[in-house]
Design a binder for this molecule. Structure first.
Ligand code: URA
Length: 306
């Protein structure tokens, strides 16, 4: 029997909706009886929403930029702690579905990505994508930042709150640390680096991206890599490395290796290191990240002959 989701019929309070939002549940999933004048929702959409609802009870948390400790570091970063943001997470408005979401997935995003012949047209395709539904909650799509044909393309996980607000990747404290790490080996977004994420829209409440969201967005990243043509890639954090390389391994076992990402006509070497937000929490690991950066620098030097 067809059913329809109608949150207003459930009479949930703003606080209840906020709690659901906090749990990563964008809307209630209790099916309500169809009424004659209600808009039809396709069965495919109902099926995927109901699957999403059960998956959305995942309460795993992502490292956030507010949860950091001050430290000295090997990258010359300014490490004096800035006060954590004090904005209540409940202060965020509970998002409303404004338009039907086409539950497409990797096949459709692959086709969209393949059509893009330039980075600008890829960015337009990404901005129009509704494949996973994250577009409904985001403020800005965060495609990437930096130069074409960079020495290093940095791949992170997903935009956070500040990135969503500004439309740029890695801003805020972890972005500052990332920039300091890169500048320690003479790299920078303005001259020889491009920075992007696996996921282009912010997951609500900074939750970890879900596997279906990663699968839907991955073709955009792969096409982005093809168009940008980096000499090497630095994957920061376990989630980025796993999604990019398609491996399940823990970060410690991925570090210290040089993976290759095959592309038509060429391969791109990939080094894995810690996420800057993790390094802010665990400064002792910066020495290991420094090794990873030197590994990246050596790879680039071997390619360019410098
Ligand atoms: N963390 C990420 O992985 N990417 C960003 O852009 C910001 C924080």
């Amino acid at each position: 029997m067809n059913s329809h989701f109608d949150s207003s019929a459930l009479q949930l309070s703003a606080l209840q909706l906020a709690w659901l939002h906090e749990l990563g549940i964008e809307k209630p999933w209790i099916p309500m009886p169809r009424q004659a004048d209600q808009v039809q929702v396709s069965q495919a959409r109902q099926a995927s929403e109901s699957a999403e609802s059960s998956a959305s009870q995942d309460t795993e948390t992502k490292i956030t930029q507010t949860d950091v400790a001050p430290s000295s570091n090997v990258f010359g970063a300014q490490t004096t702690a800035t006060p954590s943001r004090t904005v209540s997470r409940f202060a965020q408005p509970v998002s409303k579905i404004l338009a039907p979401v086409v539950r497409a997935g990797a096949t459709e995003t692959s086709a969209l990505a393949a059509q893009a012949q330039t980075l600008d047209s890829l960015a337009q395709g990404i901005a129009s994508c509704q494949a996973c539904g994250l577009c409904m909650d985001r403020e800005h799509v965060v495609v990437g930042q930096g130069v074409m044909q960079p020495a290093v393309m940095v791949v992170g996980e997903a935009p956070g709150e500040q990135e969503d607000r500004q439309g740029e990747p890695f801003v805020g404290r972890s972005g500052m640390l990332l920039d300091n790490m890169l500048s320690a080996i003479d790299l920078g977004r303005e001259k020889n680096v491009y920075v992007a994420n696996i996921i282009k829209c912010r997951p609500p409440g900074n939750r970890n991206p879900r596997p279906e969201e990663v699968a839907a967005c991955r073709p955009f990243l792969l096409r982005q890599i093809e168009l940008i043509k980096p000499l090497s890639i630095l994957a920061v954090g376990k989630h980025a490395a796993q999604a990019l390389l398609g491996v399940e391994a823990p970060l410690v076992s991925m570090r210290g290796q040089t993976y290759t990402l095959p592309h038509p006509g060429h391969t791109v070497p990939v080094v894995v290191t810690y996420h800057p937000a993790y390094l802010l929490r665990r400064p002792a690991e910066k020495a290991l990240a420094w090794k990873d950066l030197n590994q990246t620098r050596d790879i680039v030097r071997a390619i360019t002959g410098d």
